[in-house]
Design a protein around this ligand. Structure first.
Ligand code: ZN
Length: 143
């Protein structure tokens, strides 16, 4: 084999490892960013709910969660589910997972949780969480 071929191959392998590492870090940063984004969106919705409840109080009306707050609650459900998914992806990048009982970070292939002793499934069937891409832009006014 040609010397330069070997050299080139080695260099590209090194590059590949570095690139993988870098993309993992970048991926994690991105996931964390998304999680924070969702969390702050949830906070906004909480405020929205609080406002609605107070307005009901002012008008001396009763609040019907199903009717009056369903939209907000559904949004929070979706955002929370997304956070769960991001968190899982984040842990997987580090070969970790969450204990299904106490939510401790544990080794991906641990059979039992070292924190609470809960037996872990070998391979958790991935729950398909439908990620709805909407309300990304913050300039949208709800009212
Ligand atoms: Zn546990």
């Amino acid at each position: 084999m040609d010397f330069f071929d070997k050299l080139g191959k080695k260099a590209s392998e090194t590059y590949k490892v570095t690139a993988e590492k870098t993309s993992k870090i970048a991926k994690e940063a991105k996931l964390k960013m998304k999680m924070n984004e969702n969390k702050s969106n949830i906070e906004d919705i909480y405020k929205e709910i609080g406002k609605k409840v107070y307005e009901k109080h002012v008008r001396e009306e009763n609040i019907d969660i199903k009717k009056d707050l369903e939209e907000e609650c559904t949004k929070i459900d979706v955002l929370s589910a997304e956070i769960e998914t991001y968190l899982k992806e984040c842990l997987e990048l580090k070969d970790l997972r969450q204990c299904k009982n106490c939510s401790s970070k544990i080794e991906k292939d641990a059979k039992f949780c070292p924190e609470c002793g809960e037996k872990q499934d070998d391979e958790e069937p991935a729950k398909e969480v439908e990620v709805i891409e909407n309300n990304e832009s913050s300039d949208e006014d709800e009212n």
